[in-house]
Design a protein around this ligand. Structure first.
Ligand SMILES: Nc1ncnc2c1ncn2[C@@H]1O[C@H](COP(=O)(O)OP(=O)(O)O)[C@@H](O)[C@H]1O
Ligand SMILES: [Mg+2]
Length: 369
């Protein structure tokens, strides 16, 4: 019986790069144990190309194909680096689940696009690749997202606790884990995407390290109120979103409508408040009994967002998943390792109550080593 080890490779809407993890899914205790982790930053040119592919433009098909090749190389590098970090040969890892890079997400029209070249990842790594996790759920009438709640449930559900898991990626999503109730989950709206956009424009650098710049500004409550009027926030689940909606154009329209605050740092503070408030409203609205909120994703390093979230959700306890023994930057990659494992075993992994699909489906296409 080969060891139950799988690799997961995730690159999200933040366009920061690739997180890869190798985990053992038959540990002595618990659901899984991380054996190795690697982060591969996107080369600036690829990051630029991926940002450009978020909107329509000339020669999109060829540009998407070229970006897919470059992505596949990053994914393969990340998977191999995670294997090395684990001290394992790729042949000792049963599969690698590769999410791909979302460049469009239109569940209203039943389609989503994750750029990837799984065949190339299989060639470059010698590993069995599982990819294209979302489209089967869309074909079954679902949003194709979020897919991680089933894993959040496996990892973090406790019979005695009403918990929520918040993933602060480019887009933020919540999973609601109330004892005795079905798992629920949906995208709440912007996580880091608008914070990163504004910081890159005014603060310099791809993100606001620690949320320090946001902490130096003051929340503009009129602007925050206007932003909270976005209809997505009030729409009932199932729902999922992406850069298709929350991008620089959305932010600029808000600022044009309300008038931008004098100090750019005040916009950053207001965007941090928007991320926190929309998450808090979503949790309080859908699961008012929640007493513990576990935060993961790169945004968990943003102390300002976390402080605002704790304030908005008090008296619930808001803590990083690292307090539960899972590093904040590893949760999503672990989820795709787990999803690959479920696909190989032929088990369904989607939650129709989360995505709105007509039933649970086996997710992902398999590219044998
Ligand atoms: N030290 C940090 N301080 C503040 N924000 C951070 C820090 N490190 C990462 N982030 C944020 O996390 C984002 C990446 O998070 P990630 O979970 O990888 O999101 P995604 O899945 O969308 O790629 C960055 O774009 C940035 O906004
Ligand atoms: Mg990322």
């Amino acid at each position: 019986m080969p060891a139950d080890r799988h690799c997961g490779v995730m690159s999200g809407t933040s366009l920061d790069g690739v997180d890869a993890v190798v985990a053992d899914f038959a540990p002595a205790s618990g659901v899984c144990r991380t054996l190795g982790f690697a982060h591969v930053a996107f080369p600036p040119a690829l990051r630029h190309d991926l940002a450009a592919l978020q909107t329509s433009g000339d020669d999109e098909l060829a540009r998407a194909a070229r970006a897919s090749l470059a992505l596949a190389d990053c994914y393969a590098d990340a998977a191999l680096a995670a294997c090395r970090a684990a001290g394992l040969a790729p042949s000792e890892v049963a599969s690698v689940g590769v999410h791909g890079q979302t460049v469009r997400h239109r569940p209203d029209e039943h389609w989503t696009i994750q750029l990837n070249d799984p065949a190339r990842v299989a060639e470059r790594t010698g590993m069995t690749v599982v990819a294209d996790f979302r489209r089967r759920d869309l074909a079954a009438g679902g949003q194709g997202a979020p897919l991680v709640p089933a894993f959040h449930h496996a990892l973090f559900a406790r019979p005695e606790r009403a918990r929520a898991v918040v993933n602060l990626g480019g887009i933020a999503n919540v999973t609601l884990l109330a004892p005795g109730a079905p798992v629920r989950g949906f995208d709440t709206g912007p996580g880091n995407v608008l914070l990163d956009t504004w910081h890159a424009r005014h603060g310099g650098g791809p993100f606001d390290a620690g949320g320090a710049w946001a902490a130096s500004g003051r929340v503009d409550h009129a602007l925050l109120h206007a932003m909270l009027g976005e209809p997505y926030f009030a729409a009932p689940p199932p729902k999922s979103t992406g850069r298709d909606l929350f991008d620089a154009g959305w932010l600029d329209a808000m600022l044009a409508h309300r008038g931008a605050p004098e100090h750019p740092a005040d916009v950053q503070a207001t965007l941090a408040a928007l991320t926190a408030r929309t998450i808090a409203d979503a949790i309080r609205g859908a699961a008012p009994g929640t007493d513990e909120v576990l935060v993961c994703g790169g945004g968990a390093h943003n102390a300002t967002v976390l402080r605002m979230l704790a304030h908005d959700l008090a008296p619930a306890r808001v803590v990083p998943t690292s307090d539960e023994g899972v590093a904040v930057d590893q949760v999503e990659a672990l989820a795709f390792a787990w999803l690959a494992r479920e696909a190989l075993a032929g088990r369904t992994a989607s939650l129709p109550e989360v995505t709105g699909a007509s039933g649970a489906r086996v997710l992902g296409a398999i590219y044998p080593a």
